[in-house]
Design a protein around this ligand. Structure first.
Ligand code: ZN
Length: 158
C-alpha cells in the first residue's frame, strides 16, 4: 500500500466528472487499498479517487473505525429528510461549514468483487456518502452550504 498525494481546492481537476469503473482490475484494487491508507494517514472519514488525482468513480469511507466501505460506481437511489451539520474536506484543509444534506440515503454501488451492494446511512454516514459521491460529479461541500463557511480568524478579528 502507499499513501497518495492529495489534490487541493485550487486544482481544477476537483471540478471534473469522474468516469465509471467498468471492471474491477488489479489496478482498481490497488487504488482502493491506497485510498484507504491515504484517508487514514490524513485522519479523514472519506476519500474520493479524484482527490488523489484519479478520475474514476471510486470512494472509500470509514465512519466506524475499522469498518471501511469501498464503493465503486456509487449512486444515491433514495433519500429522505434534511440535516444541517458541520462538514470538512481533506482537499479543503482548515475549512469547515454547515451543509444542507438529506437526513438519510440509500446508496447502491459495487464492491471490489464486482457484486452489487446497498448501503443505508443516516447522520455522519449519510453526510459522508453524499459528500464523496458529490466529489465524483465535481462538487464540493462548499457548493451546498447552509450558512457561510466558519471563519477561523473570527475570534482574532473581534
Ligand atoms: Zn471531500
Amino acid at each position: 500500500m502507499a499513501i497518495l498525494n492529495l489534490i487541493f481546492e485550487d486544482d481544477p481537476m476537483l471540478r471534473r466528472v469522474s468516469r465509471p469503473v467498468e471492471a474491477v482490475t488489479p489496478r482498481i484494487e490497488q487504488l482502493l487499498d491506497d485510498m484507504t491508507e491515504t484517508m487514514r494517514a490524513n485522519n479523514g472519514c472519506g476519500l474520493a479517487a479524484v482527490q488523489v488525482g484519479v478520475l474514476r468513480r471510486v470512494v472509500v469511507i470509514e465512519v466506524e473505525p475499522g469498518e471501511v466501505l469501498e464503493l465503486i460506481n456509487p449512486r444515491i437511489i433514495a433519500w429522505s429528510g434534511h440535516q444541517e451539520e458541520q462538514e470538512g474536506c481533506l482537499s479543503l484543509p482548515g475549512k469547515w461549514g454547515k451543509t444542507k444534506r438529506p437526513a438519510a440515503v440509500v446508496v447502491r454501488a459495487e464492491d471490489r468483487t464486482g457484486r452489487e451492494i446497498e448501503v443505508r446511512g443516516d447522520g455522519l454516514l449519510c453526510r459522508a456518502l453524499c459528500h464523496e459521491i458529490d466529489h465524483l460529479d465535481g462538487k464540493l461541500f462548499t457548493d451546498v452550504l447552509a450558512e457561510p463557511l466558519d471563519d477561523p480568524q473570527k475570534d482574532k478579528k473581534r
